[in-house]
Design a protein around this ligand. Structure first.
Ligand SMILES: [Zn+2]
Length: 311
Protein backbone atom coordinates (compact mmCIF):
# COMPACT_ATOMS: atom_id res chain seq x y z
CA UNK A 1 0.00 0.00 0.00
CA UNK A 2 2.78 2.37 0.95
CA UNK A 3 4.58 1.65 -2.26
CA UNK A 4 1.42 2.21 -4.26
CA UNK A 5 0.84 5.54 -2.58
CA UNK A 6 4.41 6.57 -2.92
CA UNK A 7 4.40 5.80 -6.60
CA UNK A 8 1.14 7.68 -6.94
CA UNK A 9 2.63 10.81 -5.43
CA UNK A 10 5.76 10.39 -7.43
CA UNK A 11 3.60 9.96 -10.46
CA UNK A 12 1.70 13.13 -9.78
CA UNK A 13 4.91 15.02 -9.19
CA UNK A 14 6.53 13.69 -12.30
CA UNK A 15 3.54 14.02 -14.56
CA UNK A 16 4.14 17.74 -14.60
CA UNK A 17 7.50 17.06 -16.14
CA UNK A 18 6.09 14.59 -18.59
CA UNK A 19 8.63 14.92 -21.31
CA UNK A 20 7.21 14.53 -24.72
CA UNK A 21 10.41 14.88 -26.60
CA UNK A 22 10.97 16.65 -29.83
CA UNK A 23 9.72 19.90 -31.16
CA UNK A 24 6.51 19.04 -32.87
CA UNK A 25 4.65 18.39 -29.69
CA UNK A 26 1.36 20.12 -29.76
CA UNK A 27 -1.00 19.71 -26.90
CA UNK A 28 -2.03 16.15 -26.34
CA UNK A 29 -5.18 16.26 -24.37
CA UNK A 30 -5.85 12.72 -23.26
CA UNK A 31 -8.98 11.05 -24.40
CA UNK A 32 -10.64 10.64 -21.11
CA UNK A 33 -9.43 12.34 -17.99
CA UNK A 34 -6.10 13.76 -16.93
CA UNK A 35 -3.91 15.98 -18.98
CA UNK A 36 -0.75 14.69 -20.56
CA UNK A 37 1.62 17.58 -20.34
CA UNK A 38 3.53 18.30 -23.49
CA UNK A 39 6.70 20.30 -23.44
CA UNK A 40 6.05 23.54 -25.19
CA UNK A 41 8.92 25.71 -26.32
CA UNK A 42 8.89 28.96 -24.43
CA UNK A 43 8.47 31.71 -26.98
CA UNK A 44 11.23 34.23 -26.92
CA UNK A 45 9.67 37.58 -26.30
CA UNK A 46 10.87 40.43 -28.46
CA UNK A 47 11.11 42.66 -25.42
CA UNK A 48 13.37 40.28 -23.49
CA UNK A 49 16.85 41.49 -22.67
CA UNK A 50 19.69 39.94 -24.71
CA UNK A 51 20.82 38.01 -21.64
CA UNK A 52 17.38 36.62 -21.05
CA UNK A 53 17.09 35.73 -24.72
CA UNK A 54 20.40 33.91 -24.68
CA UNK A 55 19.35 32.00 -21.61
CA UNK A 56 16.06 31.04 -23.16
CA UNK A 57 17.81 29.84 -26.31
CA UNK A 58 20.34 27.84 -24.38
CA UNK A 59 17.54 26.25 -22.41
CA UNK A 60 15.49 25.53 -25.51
CA UNK A 61 18.24 23.99 -27.59
CA UNK A 62 18.97 20.69 -25.83
CA UNK A 63 15.30 19.76 -25.62
CA UNK A 64 15.20 19.49 -29.39
CA UNK A 65 18.30 17.44 -29.92
CA UNK A 66 19.52 15.52 -26.91
CA UNK A 67 17.73 12.27 -26.17
CA UNK A 68 16.61 9.72 -28.69
CA UNK A 69 12.91 9.90 -28.92
CA UNK A 70 10.73 7.34 -27.17
CA UNK A 71 7.48 9.32 -26.93
CA UNK A 72 5.52 10.57 -29.92
CA UNK A 73 2.55 12.90 -30.21
CA UNK A 74 3.16 13.34 -33.90
CA UNK A 75 6.03 12.79 -36.28
CA UNK A 76 7.94 15.30 -38.37
CA UNK A 77 7.69 14.05 -41.95
CA UNK A 78 8.30 15.41 -45.44
CA UNK A 79 5.07 14.38 -47.00
CA UNK A 80 1.35 14.25 -46.35
CA UNK A 81 1.49 11.17 -44.13
CA UNK A 82 -0.82 10.63 -41.18
CA UNK A 83 -1.69 7.75 -38.88
CA UNK A 84 -5.24 6.96 -37.83
CA UNK A 85 -5.39 5.11 -34.53
CA UNK A 86 -8.27 3.32 -32.83
CA UNK A 87 -8.27 2.48 -29.13
CA UNK A 88 -10.04 0.31 -26.58
CA UNK A 89 -11.16 -2.53 -28.86
CA UNK A 90 -11.39 -4.86 -30.53
CA UNK A 91 -15.18 -4.64 -30.48
CA UNK A 92 -17.27 -7.58 -31.59
CA UNK A 93 -19.34 -5.75 -34.23
CA UNK A 94 -17.97 -2.21 -34.59
CA UNK A 95 -14.36 -3.15 -35.30
CA UNK A 96 -15.37 -5.48 -38.18
CA UNK A 97 -17.53 -2.68 -39.56
CA UNK A 98 -14.52 -0.36 -39.43
CA UNK A 99 -12.33 -3.01 -41.04
CA UNK A 100 -14.80 -3.15 -43.94
CA UNK A 101 -14.63 0.63 -44.40
CA UNK A 102 -10.83 0.53 -44.32
CA UNK A 103 -10.58 -2.39 -46.74
CA UNK A 104 -12.81 -0.61 -49.26
CA UNK A 105 -10.39 2.32 -49.18
CA UNK A 106 -7.14 0.35 -48.92
CA UNK A 107 -6.28 2.23 -45.74
CA UNK A 108 -4.06 0.78 -43.00
CA UNK A 109 -4.45 2.00 -39.45
CA UNK A 110 -3.17 1.16 -35.98
CA UNK A 111 -5.28 -0.48 -33.29
CA UNK A 112 -4.31 0.05 -29.64
CA UNK A 113 -6.10 -2.90 -28.12
CA UNK A 114 -7.03 -3.92 -24.59
CA UNK A 115 -6.04 -7.43 -23.59
CA UNK A 116 -9.42 -8.11 -22.04
CA UNK A 117 -11.17 -7.21 -25.30
CA UNK A 118 -8.78 -9.28 -27.36
CA UNK A 119 -9.57 -12.24 -25.12
CA UNK A 120 -13.22 -11.92 -26.10
CA UNK A 121 -12.72 -11.09 -29.76
CA UNK A 122 -9.67 -12.96 -30.92
CA UNK A 123 -11.10 -13.49 -34.41
CA UNK A 124 -11.57 -9.77 -34.90
CA UNK A 125 -7.98 -9.07 -33.93
CA UNK A 126 -6.72 -11.84 -36.16
CA UNK A 127 -8.61 -10.34 -39.08
CA UNK A 128 -7.24 -6.84 -38.39
CA UNK A 129 -3.68 -8.15 -38.33
CA UNK A 130 -4.23 -10.29 -41.43
CA UNK A 131 -5.52 -7.27 -43.34
CA UNK A 132 -2.31 -5.35 -42.68
CA UNK A 133 -3.22 -3.12 -39.78
CA UNK A 134 -0.78 -2.55 -36.97
CA UNK A 135 -1.70 -4.02 -33.60
CA UNK A 136 -0.40 -2.24 -30.52
CA UNK A 137 -0.67 -2.54 -26.76
CA UNK A 138 -3.08 -0.37 -24.74
CA UNK A 139 -2.89 -2.34 -21.43
CA UNK A 140 -5.10 -5.20 -20.26
CA UNK A 141 -8.00 -3.38 -18.60
CA UNK A 142 -7.42 0.37 -19.10
CA UNK A 143 -6.27 1.43 -15.63
CA UNK A 144 -4.53 4.70 -14.88
CA UNK A 145 -1.00 3.38 -14.87
CA UNK A 146 0.73 6.36 -13.28
CA UNK A 147 -1.10 5.46 -10.07
CA UNK A 148 0.13 1.89 -10.03
CA UNK A 149 3.19 0.04 -8.78
CA UNK A 150 5.65 -1.13 -11.40
CA UNK A 151 4.76 -4.79 -11.02
CA UNK A 152 1.10 -4.13 -11.63
CA UNK A 153 1.95 -2.03 -14.68
CA UNK A 154 4.27 -4.77 -15.90
CA UNK A 155 1.50 -7.33 -15.58
CA UNK A 156 -0.96 -5.16 -17.54
CA UNK A 157 1.52 -4.82 -20.37
CA UNK A 158 2.95 -8.33 -20.34
CA UNK A 159 -0.37 -10.15 -20.42
CA UNK A 160 -1.55 -8.05 -23.32
CA UNK A 161 1.74 -8.35 -25.17
CA UNK A 162 1.64 -12.14 -24.81
CA UNK A 163 -1.96 -12.41 -25.95
CA UNK A 164 -1.37 -10.24 -29.02
CA UNK A 165 1.59 -12.44 -29.88
CA UNK A 166 -0.40 -15.63 -29.48
CA UNK A 167 -3.33 -14.35 -31.57
CA UNK A 168 -1.49 -12.53 -34.34
CA UNK A 169 1.91 -14.24 -34.25
CA UNK A 170 3.61 -10.92 -33.77
CA UNK A 171 4.65 -8.92 -30.73
CA UNK A 172 3.59 -5.28 -30.68
CA UNK A 173 6.27 -2.60 -30.71
CA UNK A 174 4.07 0.32 -29.67
CA UNK A 175 2.29 1.15 -26.45
CA UNK A 176 -0.28 3.82 -25.66
CA UNK A 177 -1.01 4.39 -21.98
CA UNK A 178 -4.71 4.75 -21.12
CA UNK A 179 -5.54 8.46 -20.72
CA UNK A 180 -1.99 9.22 -21.87
CA UNK A 181 -1.12 8.86 -18.19
CA UNK A 182 2.46 7.75 -17.75
CA UNK A 183 5.24 9.57 -15.95
CA UNK A 184 8.71 10.00 -17.49
CA UNK A 185 10.26 7.33 -15.28
CA UNK A 186 7.61 4.84 -16.40
CA UNK A 187 8.03 5.86 -20.03
CA UNK A 188 11.72 5.07 -19.71
CA UNK A 189 11.52 1.68 -18.04
CA UNK A 190 8.64 0.51 -20.22
CA UNK A 191 10.66 1.49 -23.27
CA UNK A 192 13.75 -0.26 -21.94
CA UNK A 193 11.98 -3.42 -20.80
CA UNK A 194 9.44 -3.92 -23.61
CA UNK A 195 11.16 -2.04 -26.41
CA UNK A 196 8.01 -0.02 -26.92
CA UNK A 197 7.77 3.43 -28.38
CA UNK A 198 5.19 5.34 -26.34
CA UNK A 199 2.52 6.72 -28.66
CA UNK A 200 0.29 9.62 -27.70
CA UNK A 201 -1.55 11.78 -30.25
CA UNK A 202 -1.94 15.30 -31.54
CA UNK A 203 -5.49 15.08 -32.90
CA UNK A 204 -8.29 14.26 -30.49
CA UNK A 205 -11.87 14.56 -31.71
CA UNK A 206 -13.16 13.60 -28.24
CA UNK A 207 -15.24 10.96 -29.98
CA UNK A 208 -15.72 9.08 -26.70
CA UNK A 209 -18.06 11.86 -25.61
CA UNK A 210 -20.34 10.87 -28.49
CA UNK A 211 -20.71 14.33 -30.02
CA UNK A 212 -22.18 12.86 -33.20
CA UNK A 213 -20.46 11.72 -36.38
CA UNK A 214 -20.50 15.11 -38.09
CA UNK A 215 -18.68 16.74 -35.18
CA UNK A 216 -16.10 13.95 -35.03
CA UNK A 217 -15.45 14.33 -38.75
CA UNK A 218 -15.20 18.10 -38.53
CA UNK A 219 -12.75 18.01 -35.63
CA UNK A 220 -10.51 15.48 -37.32
CA UNK A 221 -10.50 17.46 -40.54
CA UNK A 222 -9.76 20.72 -38.74
CA UNK A 223 -6.86 19.45 -36.66
CA UNK A 224 -5.01 16.94 -38.82
CA UNK A 225 -1.64 17.98 -40.26
CA UNK A 226 1.13 16.09 -42.02
CA UNK A 227 2.67 13.79 -39.42
CA UNK A 228 -0.43 13.75 -37.22
CA UNK A 229 -1.42 10.84 -35.05
CA UNK A 230 -5.21 10.87 -34.87
CA UNK A 231 -6.89 9.36 -31.81
CA UNK A 232 -10.30 7.72 -31.91
CA UNK A 233 -12.09 4.70 -30.48
CA UNK A 234 -13.55 1.79 -32.42
CA UNK A 235 -16.03 1.03 -29.66
CA UNK A 236 -18.45 3.88 -30.36
CA UNK A 237 -21.08 3.87 -33.10
CA UNK A 238 -20.62 7.57 -33.72
CA UNK A 239 -16.93 7.12 -34.41
CA UNK A 240 -17.49 4.39 -36.96
CA UNK A 241 -20.25 6.45 -38.58
CA UNK A 242 -17.87 9.41 -38.80
CA UNK A 243 -15.19 7.47 -40.61
CA UNK A 244 -16.45 7.32 -44.21
CA UNK A 245 -16.63 11.11 -44.44
CA UNK A 246 -13.50 11.66 -42.33
CA UNK A 247 -11.38 9.23 -44.33
CA UNK A 248 -12.67 10.38 -47.70
CA UNK A 249 -12.20 14.05 -46.93
CA UNK A 250 -8.71 13.49 -45.51
CA UNK A 251 -7.85 11.65 -48.72
CA UNK A 252 -9.36 14.50 -50.77
CA UNK A 253 -7.04 16.90 -48.95
CA UNK A 254 -4.12 14.78 -50.12
CA UNK A 255 -3.30 12.94 -46.90
CA UNK A 256 -1.82 9.46 -47.14
CA UNK A 257 -2.61 6.91 -44.46
CA UNK A 258 0.14 4.85 -42.85
CA UNK A 259 0.48 2.87 -39.65
CA UNK A 260 2.17 4.51 -36.67
CA UNK A 261 5.33 2.44 -37.14
CA UNK A 262 5.44 3.44 -40.78
CA UNK A 263 4.97 7.08 -39.81
CA UNK A 264 7.88 6.86 -37.37
CA UNK A 265 9.94 5.22 -40.13
CA UNK A 266 9.25 8.25 -42.32
CA UNK A 267 10.48 10.71 -39.69
CA UNK A 268 12.79 13.45 -40.90
CA UNK A 269 14.93 15.69 -38.70
CA UNK A 270 13.24 18.71 -37.28
CA UNK A 271 15.00 21.78 -38.65
CA UNK A 272 16.34 24.05 -35.91
CA UNK A 273 14.05 26.94 -35.24
CA UNK A 274 15.45 30.35 -36.08
CA UNK A 275 15.96 32.44 -32.98
CA UNK A 276 13.58 35.30 -33.70
CA UNK A 277 10.32 33.82 -34.93
CA UNK A 278 9.87 34.65 -38.60
CA UNK A 279 7.38 37.43 -39.00
CA UNK A 280 4.99 36.29 -41.66
CA UNK A 281 2.54 38.84 -43.00
CA UNK A 282 -0.19 37.08 -41.03
CA UNK A 283 1.88 37.17 -37.90
CA UNK A 284 2.43 40.88 -38.28
CA UNK A 285 -1.19 41.45 -38.83
CA UNK A 286 -2.24 39.42 -35.83
CA UNK A 287 0.20 40.97 -33.41
CA UNK A 288 0.03 44.40 -34.91
CA UNK A 289 -0.59 46.17 -31.65
CA UNK A 290 2.33 44.50 -29.93
CA UNK A 291 4.90 44.80 -32.68
CA UNK A 292 4.15 48.37 -33.65
CA UNK A 293 6.14 49.94 -30.80
CA UNK A 294 9.28 48.09 -31.85
CA UNK A 295 9.15 49.79 -35.21
CA UNK A 296 8.61 53.18 -33.70
CA UNK A 297 11.35 55.74 -33.21
CA UNK A 298 13.75 54.96 -30.36
CA UNK A 299 12.53 57.86 -28.30
CA UNK A 300 8.91 57.17 -28.89
CA UNK A 301 6.93 56.69 -25.69
CA UNK A 302 7.38 53.21 -24.45
CA UNK A 303 4.39 50.96 -24.29
CA UNK A 304 3.20 50.17 -20.82
CA UNK A 305 6.00 48.18 -19.26
CA UNK A 306 3.95 45.07 -19.12
CA UNK A 307 5.12 41.92 -20.71
CA UNK A 308 2.16 40.00 -22.05
CA UNK A 309 1.04 37.52 -19.45
CA UNK A 310 2.64 34.14 -19.76
CA UNK A 311 0.51 31.10 -19.66
ZN1 LIG B 1 -8.12 4.00 -24.14
Amino acid sequence: MFVTRLSFFLGVALLGLSAVRGQETPAAPPAEAPKAVPVVAVPIQPAASPAATATAMAAAKPAATVEPRIVYNSVHVDGPYIAMTFDDGPHKTLTPKLLDLLAQRHIKVTFFVLGECVAENEDVLRRAAREGHEIANHSWSHPQLNRMADDAVRSQLRRTDDLIKSVTGKRPTLFRPPYGALNPRQQRWIHDEFGYSIILWDVDPLDWKEPGPAVVTRRILAETRAGSIVLSHDIHHGTIDAMPAALDQLADKGFKFVTVSELIGLATPVPPKPAPPPASPNEKKRSHAKTAPAAAAPNAPKPAATAPPRN
